[in-house]
Design a protein. Structure first.
Length: 446
C-alpha cells in the first residue's frame, strides 16, 4: 500500500506533486492524510499553491475537499479559517481581525471558533490573507493557500515539525515540481493522470514520456548522499561541490550569486583536484556558450566576459581531457547549455542543484549522455511512489487497467498505485550510484 511505502522511508517532509491539473493529486494527498492518521501519526498540511477550493480556478470543475483530522496542524491564510481571532468584526467573523502586526492585542492568537487553535502568524500577508499556523480541534475541511514562495513554504514545514507534526504533507503547485525542492521535501509522490496527456493521436505516448522523464530525473545520482560520497574516487571533487552548492543561490539566494563553476580533476587516485573557473551572474541563460567553452577546453583562457560578470578564480594548469571536467550549475540547466556542451563533445559530469532546476528537454539531455556525458544532481528528494488516475474530466479517459499498466511500465522501478481501482505495481528499488561508474539503467548511465 501507499502508506507502507511512505512509512518505510522514514521521511517526515513529503511533497505530493502532479504532472498537470486534475491528475489525482488531491486524492493522493487526502489518502496519505487519512492513512497517516489511521496509523497514529500527527500530520501537518500546507500547499505550495491552492487546494481544497470548491471548484477549479481555471476550468471551474468540482474539486475534492481537503478534510483536516482533529489534532492536525495546518498552514494557510487567515481568511480561510473561521473566527481566527475574537471579535472578528473586521472580517465578518470569518478571519483574523486586523490590527498592527495581525490580530489586535490579547486576541492575536485566540480562536473564537472552537474548530481552530491559532498557534502563530507566519510572515507577511499575501494577496489572499496573512499566513497562520493553526491546529484543528475537530475534523473540518479547509482550503489550503500557500504562505508565499518556496522559502515561505519551507519555513512553514519547519514550523509544523517544531510544533509536533510527525509527517508534513506539502500539496505541490500545479504542473510544477518546484515544490519537490530539497529545501521543502525529502520525499515525493508523483501524481500521473490522463488529464496530463497532450491533445491528439500521440497524447498517451507524450504522457508516458513525460512521466518516465520525471521519474528519471528524481532517480539521478545525488552526489551529497553519504553512500555516493563514500564511493567516489575524488574526495576533492566532492568537497568542491559541497562548498559550491553550500554558498550558491540554491540555499542562500542573493542577486548576482554564483551560478556556475567548472573544475578538472586529473588525479583519479583522489589528488587535490583543481578548480578552473567560477562565475557570478544572475542566470545561466546568457552564459551557456562560455560555460561550454570552459568545459571543452578547461585550460584555455575564458572568453571576454560581458559587463557585470566576474571571474572568481582561474587557476588552470595543464590541459586535461574533456571527460575529466565537472561543470556544476546552481541556476537552471536548460537546452541552450546542454546543447552547447553536446556540440563541443564534452563528456564530463554536469551537476545540477536538484531535479527542479533541470529545465532541459529529454531530447537534449539524452543526446548529451549518448555522447558520453553524465548527469547528476547535488541534492534531491526521493521519489517514493507514482499514483495513477485514468479519468480526464475535460478530455479522453482510459480503461483503468490498461492505463495503469502503461504508466507503471513507464516509471519502473518506482512503485505505482491506482488509489481508486486499488491497483498496485511493486516496482523495484532504485539505488543511488556513482555517476562515474558504468551501468545500463537510467539517464546518467546511457
Amino acid at each position: 500500500m501507499l502508506w507502507q511505502q511512505v512509512d518505510r522511508s522514514g521521511i517526515r517532509r513529503l511533497a505530493v506533486v502532479g504532472l498537470a491539473k486534475n491528475v489525482g493529486k488531491t486524492v493522493a494527498f487526502n489518502t496519505l492524510v487519512r492513512q497517516a492518521v489511521r496509523h497514529g501519526r500527527r500530520v501537518g498540511l500546507v500547499s505550495a499553491g491552492r487546494d481544497g477550493e470548491d471548484r477549479d480556478a481555471v476550468f471551474s470543475w468540482p474539486k475534492p475537499a481537503v478534510p483536516v483530522p482533529a489534532g492536525a496542524l495546518v498552514v494557510t491564510v487567515d481568511s480561510r479559517l473561521q473566527g481566527a481571532c475574537g471579535g472578528g468584526d473586521a472580517w465578518g467573523g470569518k478571519g483574523i481581525r486586523r490590527g498592527e502586526g495581525g490580530c489586535a492585542g490579547e486576541d492575536r492568537y485566540r480562536s473564537a471558533d472552537p474548530a481552530w487553535e491559532i498557534l502563530a502568524g507566519l510572515g507577511h500577508a499575501t494577496v489572499l490573507g496573512a499566513p497562520v499556523l493553526a491546529r484543528a480541534r475537530r475534523q473540518i475541511a479547509v482550503e489550503l493557500v500557500a504562505p508565499g514562495g518556496r522559502q515561505a513554504v519551507a519555513s512553514a514545514v519547519q514550523a509544523m515539525l517544531q510544533a509536533g507534526a510527525q509527517l508534513v504533507l506539502v500539496d505541490g503547485a500545479v504542473n510544477r515540481v518546484a515544490s519537490a525542492h530539497p529545501e521543502v521535501a525529502d520525499g515525493v509522490v508523483l501524481a500521473v493522470g490522463a488529464a496530463a496527456a497532450p491533445a491528439g493521436e500521440g497524447g498517451l505516448a507524450g504522457l508516458l514520456e513525460a512521466a518516465a522523464w520525471q521519474a528519471e530525473l528524481f532517480r539521478l545520482p545525488a552526489l551529497s548522499a553519504p553512500e555516493v560520497v563514500a564511493g567516489r574516487k575524488t574526495p576533492a571533487e566532492t568537497e568542491h561541490l559541497r562548498r559550491f552548492f553550500g554558498t550558491s543561490p540554491l540555499f542562500s539566494p542573493q542577486p548576482g550569486g554564483t551560478v556556475a563553476a567548472c573544475w578538472v580533476f586529473p588525479d583519479e587516485a583522489g589528488g587535490a583536484g583543481k578548480m578552473v573557473r567560477e562565475w557570478r551572474a544572475p542566470t545561466t541563460f546568457d552564459l551557456a556558450e562560455e560555460l561550454a567553452d570552459a568545459a571543452a577546453h578547461a585550460s584555455v583562457p575564458a572568453p571576454a566576459q560581458p559587463p557585470g560578470w566576474r571571474r572568481i578564480t582561474d587557476t588552470a594548469g595543464g590541459r586535461c581531457s574533456r571527460q575529466d571536467v565537472t561543470l556544476a550549475v546552481s541556476g537552471a540547466v536548460h537546452d541552450g547549455l546542454v546543447q552547447a556542451l553536446a556540440r563541443r563533445g564534452v563528456r564530463g559530469l554536469l551537476v545540477a542543484a536538484d531535479p527542479s532546476r533541470i529545465l532541459a528537454s529529454p531530447v537534449a539531455c539524452r543526446r548529451f549522455v549518448a555522447q558520453g556525458g553524465r548527469l547528476a544532481v547535488w541534492k534531491r528528494p526521493s521519489l517514493l511512489a507514482v499514483t495513477v488516475n485514468p479519468f480526464n474530466p475535460g478530455g479522453r479517459s482510459f480503461p483503468a487497467g490498461f492505463f495503469f499498466e502503461a504508466v507503471a511500465r513507464a516509471v519502473r522501478p518506482v512503485p505505482a498505485f491506482d488509489l481508486v481501482a486499488d491497483l498496485v505495481s511493486a516496482g523495484g528499488t532504485g539505488q543511488d550510484r556513482d555517476p562515474s561508474a558504468p551501468g545500463d539503467e537510467g539517464l546518467a548511465w546511457a
